[in-house]
Design a protein around this ligand. Structure first.
Ligand code: ADP
Ligand code: MG
Length: 623
């Protein structure tokens, strides 16, 4: 007996065939969740019809409250109500403290790697707080869609470092969510506008939120967005607009600076309402409660408001200029400017930004929702709801790729999270005089030392013409194709001698192993820096020893008397004894001492080579 397939009215896709995925914009002020339904990406409202979830979590003895209700209690219960947790995620206590008084929380005293905030419900980390926001959004999505989410795409600022990205992933794991990918916020906004369907182009993403401003310059190349540069101001946003309006009200109403905290908070609230009203109308009425039954009433026009906020908007243009400069571009190179963040609703912002980039900014998609919408589109693709030929190539290499350099150190050539396909080249040189071969050791990982990374391949470049140390120019090119296949080529520039190898970098690495490697690199970041410094000094010391020995055997007899020679040889022995020292400062000092002792000899060699050159010899014989 065949079972009848029932389909609900208005539902075009069979629900059990479609995989459920969502995009989450985990914002500093507000967060959103979006999903693709019937081919449309849209943000999902809560039961009250609100799309934005304030990124606020309140811990009480009775349980955790997230969103609007938590935000409302931030005044009465500031220590247990966590705002702006995004500023803390993936950060150490020192970083957080340097953010200043904006974060009033008490931190647990024990020295844990991850700072913990004390609340009535126990100590919580930024990861756990973020997880509560993610949980609330995922629950909203699952209720709306009527099923479990298979995975989510979470957006992060383009400038987020490894630790911040990892912490965001950890938050998802704590929330019981599978992360399909972390997506850069500007890339998500560009995807929402379908800019990825063009063939190529350079786009600026201007994101002015509640407390932060970010500018990103993206280049689309064969379906891949590359972040060319980012910039911004982590302490500039719509809250500052509120502040200048509140100050204006105080001047008009004759309210003194030392008005009470609750008065000031009320003023900020009124100012914000007036600001948002002026986005819609040319003039707005203010009616401010001065306490003791007194009120102040007045009008604020959009022109007056523009005058108040102009300096703030102009302040965002500096970072725009810098980002262009960093990307080596001028304003004319920018094809589109995408407006992101609630504060880009302000008409004056659109006007000044449009004038700066000399193009009409893209504003059709709600600037609050555009990032979540782009994330949802990406999630839908990644979960497998699109046919293969529709898949966007927004892949990145999961771990850094590099080669071994002297001292057992790794030089990264393609940093992790670089979108693929990609090719990068770097120049290296020989270490010894007359060196005719160079070993190329290809490595994967985030640590500084070769031994802590994963060895992928080794090959040798031969037939380097003999030259003095440092003269050969060997270009090493790493290329990763769209399938993640790595090829490495080394070429000596003057002779054209080349050698290459192909490797499959991700082969055999599970997600778990990748995470372990990343975690190791965060845990060891500080000691790695120390080790690198030490190894670098050791290499430099060996180089100096090598160079001086070569010079002495070449012309020491000719240019030095017996005493001088003895003196230099003992200075040389002094440095040789220090090469294995474990203190980089000791080695540094040893190098400096030797260089000082050699000064007269170096000068004599230079004079000798000049006079030899003048008597008909080639200069490079003596270099
Ligand atoms: P974030 O990215 O920091 O989470 P949002 O993108 O949600 O922040 O932006 C929040 C800011 O946008 C707030 O300062 C808010 O007052 C402002 N905002 C929202 N709507 C409007 C509007 N209609 N006019 C002016 N500003 C607005
Ligand atoms: Mg935002």
């Amino acid at each position: 007996m065949a079972l009848l397939q029932l389909s609900e009215p208005g539902q075009t896709d069979a629900p059990h065939q479609r995989r459920l995925a969502a995009g989450i914009d985990l914002g500093t002020t507000n967060s959103l969740v979006a999903t693709v339904r019937s081919g449309n990406a849209e943000t999902l409202p809560d039961r009250e019809g609100r799309h934005l979830l304030p990124s606020v979590v309140r811990y009480t003895e009775a349980g955790v409250i997230v969103g609007e209700e938590a935000k409302a209690s931030s005044i009465e219960d500031p220590l247990n109500t966590i705002l702006s947790v995004k500023r803390m995620v993936g950060r150490g206590l020192e970083d957080i403290k340097s953010l200043g008084s904006r974060l009033p929380y008490h931190y647990a005293q024990e020295r844990t790697a991850v700072p913990r905030i004390q609340t009535v419900a126990g100590d919580v980390s930024a990861v756990e707080v973020s997880a509560e926001i993610l949980k609330a959004l995922a629950m909203r999505a699952e209720e709306t869609l009527g099923g479990d989410l298979e995975g989510v795409v979470i957006t992060v600022p383009a400038y987020f470092d490894d630790a911040q990205r990892q912490a965001t992933k950890d938050a998802a794991r704590v929330a019981g969510l599978k992360v399909l990918r972390l997506l850069n916020e500007p890339t998500a906004a560009a995807v929402a506008y379908g800019l990825d369907s063009g063939s190529s182009g350079v786009h600026a993403i201007y994101d002015l939120g509640g407390g932060t401003f970010d500018i990103s310059i993206l280049r689309l190349n064969r379906g891949v967005f590359e972040v060319l540069s980012t910039g911004g101001d982590s302490a500039l946003g719509g809250d500052d607009f509120d502040r200048v309006v509140a100050e204006w009200i105080m001047r008009q109403a004759g309210i003194s600076d030392d008005a009470g905290r609750s008065m000031l908070r009320q003023l900020m609230h009124d100012a914000c309402a007036a600001k948002e009203a002026l986005t819609r109308t040319a003039v707005t009425e203010l009616d401010v409660d001065l306490g003791n039954g007194a009120r102040w009433q007045g009008l604020l026009t959009r022109d007056q408001f523009n005058e108040l906020v102009d300096p703030l908007i102009k302040k965002t243009l500096g970072p725009c200029r810098r980002a262009l400069r960093d990307a080596d571009l001028s304003r004319e190179d920018i094809q589109d400017v995408v407006m992101v963040g609630g504060s880009t609703r302000v008409p004056r912002v659109r006007e000044l930004v449009g004038a700066f980039f000399q193009t009409e900014p893209l504003v059709e998609i709600d600037p609050d929702r555009v990032v979540a919408v782009g994330a949802a589109i990406q999630a839908d693709v990644l979960v497998g709801n699109k046919s293969d030929d529709e898949i966007l190539l927004l892949d990145v290499n999961p771990l850094s790729l590099g080669i071994e350099t002297m001292g057992g150190l790794v030089e990264k050539i393609i940093p992790r999270n670089t979108p693929i396909p990609v090719a990068r080249a770097q120049e290296f040189t020989t270490f010894k005089d007359g060196q005719t071969a160079m070993a190329v050791h290809v490595l994967q990982g985030e640590r500084e030392l070769v031994t802590d990374n994963r060895s992928l391949a080794r090959f040798e470049l031969r037939e380097i013409p003999p030259m003095v140390a440092g003269a050969a120019r060997i270009q090493v090119t790493f290329a990763v194709d769209a399938d993640g296949l790595l090829s490495v080529e080394a070429m000596e520039q003057s002779s054209g001698a080349r050698a290459s190898i192909e490797v499959k970098p991700s082969y055999g690495l599970t997600d778990g192993e990748i995470e372990t490697m990343l975690r190791d690199s965060f845990e060891h970041a500080r000691e790695d820096v120390e080790v690198r410094r030490l190894r670098e000094e050791q290499v430099e010391a060996r180089r100096v020893v090598e160079a001086l020995s070569a010079a002495l055997s070449e012309d020491g007899d000719r240019l030095l008397n017996a005493d001088e020679r003895k003196q230099l040889e003992s200075a040389l022995a002094g440095l040789v004894a220090l090469v294995e020292d474990q203190d980089h400062e000791v080695i540094r000092k040893g190098i400096q001492d030797l260089e000082k002792a050699c000064e007269f000899y170096v000068e004599r060699r230079m004079n000798a080579s000049v006079s030899q050159a003048m008597s008909g010899h080639k200069v490079d014989e003596f270099e």
